[in-house]
Design a protein around this ligand. Structure first.
Ligand code: 5GP
Ligand code: MN
Length: 339
């Protein structure tokens, strides 16, 4: 993988470009791809943004979102764009397997693949150019750096600012996590100068849920949350019937894992959801417990030090049993926390 700076001199030559992200994109994945797409279009590139799967409705306000292709939608547009592409930007994921069914097409594409990402252990061999920096708060921050470092800060429009703000704000937990550096705040100040209305974006992302989501949360917190005080750990295991009963849609469960993490003393929180085709897990920690390693070791996943996830084919009961065994194996580290 050559350093990302090596493509700066080529930016001014129009190309066919695909920009893609991880499956079930969050605001950082969608914001970084759209922010980059708006930037590249100004040079005359033909840019197609593709998501490997559908996404949450609360991302639809993002400028350009209505033109994003869903790879699982029944038409050839995405495959045609990938086949014709000269560049494929891969944003906010570290391994091509994070694009699910799109992986095969990405592997066989003739295009140069370019990585911009902040997850651990990237698959550098499959990228022609790229930057991987786990010290960065968000991929949106990295796209901002890409634009500024390539000498084009003046090309940041209000639309780009809105996309990038959405990702940096959500990936930092509203500027709360330790990843929120001085550079993050400086970036936000610069985006404000470009006309960013940050209050509107918080409203778009956080104040657009249906009543059913909160009824679902009520049920889950009352009936599905288990606390293991001796391990400073909380687990929420959600059977598929709950998703059906409360008409839970893509994105509705985002943020649920943070509720148990706000209980005094809880250091590790997990949510395991039976999504039918697989069991999806989310892990969050506070302080020194490394959930990236935890997810890799026990749940076929990965992510960041304090936020990670995984997916598997075992039943929900088996996943829960695996989790209980895993916290027992990590007992010395988990139980050492002082209340
Ligand atoms: P979330 O819990 O929000 O789904 O994911 C938290 C973090 O873990 C994200 O940064 C995401 O990229 C990573 N992650 C989630 N699920 C998986 C997975 O199945 N495999 C890997 N390698 N990373 C994941
Ligand atoms: Mn991210």
């Amino acid at each position: 993988m050559q350093p990302i700076q090596n493509i700066y001199p080529q930016l001014a030559q129009p190309k066919k470009v695909v920009v893609t992200m991880h499956q079930k994109p969050d605001a950082d994945a969608m914001g970084s791809t759209l922010g980059l797409a708006h930037f590249l279009k100004q040079f005359g590139h033909t840019v197609t943004v593709i998501s490997p799967t559908n996404w949450a409705n609360f991302l639809n306000w993002m400028p350009g979102c209505k033109d994003v292709l869903d790879y699982e939608a029944p038409n050839d547009k995405a495959n045609n764009a990938i086949a014709a592409a000269e560049w494929i930007f891969c944003l906010d994921f570290n391994t091509l397997s994070r694009t699910k069914r799109m992986e095969e097409q990405l592997v066989s594409a003739a295009a140069e693949r370019i990585l911009i990402d902040h997850h651990r252990e990237p698959q550098t061999a499959v990228f022609a150019y790229g930057i991987s920096d786990t010290g960065k708060s968000s991929t949106c921050e990295m796209v901002y750096d890409f634009i500024v470092n390539s000498g084009h800060e003046q090309m940041i429009t209000k639309e780009i600012a809105e996309c990038l703000y959405a990702g940096v704000m959500t990936d930092t937990g509203s500027f709360r996590f330790p990843s929120t550096t001085a550079s993050v705040h400086q970036m936000v100040a610069a985006l404000k100068e470009k006309g960013l209305d940050h209050s509107q974006i918080h409203e778009n992302l956080f104040d657009n849920f249906l009543e059913s989501r909160f009824r679902f949360f009520g049920h889950i917190l009352q009936n599905r949350m288990e606390i293991f005080y001796e391990y400073n750990t909380a687990l929420i295991a959600i059977p598929q019937q709950d998703l059906i009963k409360f008409d839970v849609k893509t994105g509705d469960t985002e943020g649920l894992v943070n509720f148990p993490l706000s209980i005094k003393g809880i250091k590790l929180a997990a949510v395991i959801i039976d999504r039918g085709e697989e069991r999806k897990s989310s892990f969050r920690s506070k302080g020194g417990f490394d959930v990236n390693t935890f997810a890799r070791t026990y749940f076929n996943g990965g992510g960041h030090f304090n936020a990670a996830g995984g997916a598997g084919k075992d039943t929900l009961d088996e996943e829960v049993a695996k989790f209980k065994k895993a916290i027992e194996e990590n007992r010395s580290q988990l139980s050492s926390y002082q209340f």
